[in-house]
Every structure is written in C-alpha cells, then in structure tokens.
Design a protein around this ligand. Structure first.
Ligand code: 5GP
Length: 347
C-alpha cells in the first residue's frame, strides 16, 4: 500500500486570480479554436464545448441547436444505423461537422460505427468511450480503429492520469477523454472508492497529452460556467458537459409532470435506468454506477448555452485572454476554501 501525499484539486478548491487586461468588453473575446489533430491530420474549427454522449443530452436535436453556436455534440450510441441514416440525409454539413459518433468496444459496436461513418465524410469524430479506460482491451481497440480509420479523429477514454493518457495517444488516439468519478449522476466514487479530483486530472493529463501532440477533453464535474472556465484554465482543450445541458427541450429526455411542475428524467449511462432500457437490466456481477434524478424542465438549451459561453468570455476578460487559446497561459489559480456566497440561496 502507498499513499500519495499531494492534495489533488477539484473545481471547488480554486478561483482565478484576476489580471490586468486591455480588453474592454466580452464581445472582444474569441472562443473559437482551431485544431489540427495528431494522427488524422484533420482540421476542426469551433467552440470546444461538447454535449455529453448520454441518453438525455447527446441527441440529434441537441446537435442541431448547438451547432449554430459552433458547439459540439457527442451523439449517444443508442441511435440505430437507420436513424443515423435518416438524420444525416437531411442535416446541414455544419451540423455533421459538430457531431461525434460514440462507440463501445465490442465487434458489433465496431461494425455499427463503420456503417455510421460511411454515411458522410463530414462525420470526422469517433468517441470510444468506456467507464474504465485503464483496460488493456481499450488500448487494443484504439489500435484497431486507428488502423481501419486513418483519417478520423479518434477520442478515447476515460482516464485520469498522465501515464494512461500517453498510452492511449501512442495507441492512436488524437484526443483523450479525462474524468473518472466527477459526473453529476455518477456514483463510481461511492460504489468503488475510485476517482481523481477533476481539475488535477485535467492539469496532469493535459500536460502529458500536449507533450505528445495530443489533446484532452475534460469530461464531467462542471456545475456552472465558472467550472467550465476552470477546466479550460487547467489546460483542457475541450470540455464535455452532461448535467448542465440536461433537462432541456432538445435533450431528448422523458418529461414528467409532478404536482403541476414539469421535470425531465436524467440518468447516468451506468445507472439502473440506463441498463434497464438498453441492456435488459443490471447484470448480476455488477453494481449500477450512476443515478437517476428529476431535473426541473428548462425549455430550450439556447439560453443555457449562451449563459455558459458568456461566462467563459467573461473569465477571459478578467484574466486578459483575448482568445480562449490564451486562457490557460493567463491562468493563475488560487487555492480557496470558499466559493459562492449562498446566504440568499444558490445562483
Ligand atoms: P456531468 O457534466 O453531468 O457532471 O458529467 C458528465 C459525464 O459523466 C459523462 O460525460 C460521463 O463521462 C460521466 N457519466 C455519465 N453517466 C455515468 C454513469 O452512470 N456513471 C459514471 N461513473 N459516470 C457517468
């Protein structure tokens, strides 16, 4: 047994230190980033925020609206090839360029992913996603996908340490997805005791990835626009959001009316709700590692995404970053033991 003594940090443990700035207004801040990816050589330009590949977040409707803001959507893996085919036939090229195709690691998943990608070359991102990215099986699968799809942008995860980030990049991933345990409907830390505070995971994995010309996605744990900024400040190239984008008209969830109020069901992809829906229940050898919650129904996601992007722009003006790309260089985090003043409730 070993204990690492260095305290790891979550979003709640830091704030940005303001810096002198020549920026006069948030409107001067550019949140668009341009990337050329390591293996695929593909170029992508847009706002590097991603709706998570969860049932009631990563829907086709979500992608259609978020693409207008140049924001990405990782489409959940439960659409059939026929549904994809119909969507792709009617969608704008710009929407397709802002979508990620999610896949598991079975042979059937591999086949299905190929069929979807073959529908249109504008679909450039493949998101290979398993709860425990430390499995040797993931590394082998990434190698296999890289060999069969040399010109697609491959995302693989989830991991939380530099060593595994490097291994996935060396296996052929352009982007590594970072986060184990921080999610809003995740119970991994409770069920297993495994996890890593998300800001430290981002800082350490970004450092490892950037050294090899790879990129990372900070996935999970953002509860407010300030957390999204902190993820970027810590070095995340992309930030993935589940709970912050759930509960909207475009999320594709079930609306439930209770005591005259409307709610939307939101659940983790390893929750009992998800396993009942997609896998015929929770298998005997495993425990659910996600929960189900009812969120107040929030209408269209338009206002929410503007609020998030407005918050990140404002962070940039406080630290003097004219472009999102500069935010991490302009970031000094101070460690704190206080965040919002909640004397009159939460914001
Ligand atoms: P959020 O933005 O809601 O805090 O986190 C979203 C992320 O939580 C997802 O992108 C995914 O990585 C993770 N996640 C989604 N469902 C589950 C689940 O059932 N269990 C666990 N451990 N993580 C989940």
């Amino acid at each position: 047994m070993r204990i690492e003594q260095e305290l790891k940090l979550g979003f709640k443990d830091v704030l940005f230190r303001p810096k002198r700035s020549t920026l006069k207004s948030r409107s001067q801040v550019n949140l668009t980033r341009e990337f050329t990816f390591k293996y695929s050589g593909r170029q992508w330009c847009g706002v590097p925020v991603i709706a998570a590949n969860m049932d009631s977040v990563g829907s086709f409707e979500m992608a259609t609206v978020l693409a207008k803001h140049d924001v990405l959507t990782a489409i959940h893996k439960h659409y059939s090839v026929d549904e994809w085919s119909e969507f792709v036939a009617n969608a704008d090229e710009n929407v397709l360029q802002h979508m990620m195709v999610s896949t598991g690691t079975s042979d059937a998943d591999f086949e299905k992913m190929h069929q979807i990608l073959a529908l249109n070359d504008a679909l450039m991102f493949v998101c290979i996603d398993i709860a425990n990215g430390y499995s040797e099986h993931l590394v082998e699968f990434v190698e296999k996908v890289r060999e069969s799809l040399p010109d697609k942008v491959i995302i693989a995860g989830n991991v939380v340490t530099g060593d595994m980030t490097e291994e996935l990049i060396l296996a052929g991933a352009d982007i590594v997805k970072v986060g184990i345990g921080p999610g809003s409907v995740c119970t991994t830390r409770v069920k297993t005791g495994v996890g890593y505070p998300q800001l430290s995971a981002i800082i350490e994995c970004a450092d490892a990835a950037h050294g090899l010309g790879g990129r990372i996605i900070g996935d999970g744990g953002c509860t407010c626009p300030g957390d999204v900024s902190k993820a970027f400040g810590g070095g995340a190239d992309f930030v993935m959001l589940g709970g912050m984008l759930a509960g909207h008209k475009e999320s594709g969830g079930e609306v439930v009316v209770k005591d005259g109020e409307s709610y939307m069901k939101f659940y983790g992809m390893s929750s009992k709700s998800a396993m009942d829906k997609h896998s015929g229940g929770v298998a005997k050898y495993r425990a659910a590692e996600g929960k189900t919650v009812l969120l107040p129904y929030r209408g269209s996601v338009e206002d929410t995404i503007q609020d998030i992007l407005g918050g990140v722009r404002s962070t940039c003006t406080y630290v003097g970053a004219a472009q999102l790309k500069e935010l991490t260089k302009r970031t000094t985090f101070i460690r704190v033991e206080e965040q919002e003043n909640q004397v009159f409730g939460k914001a």
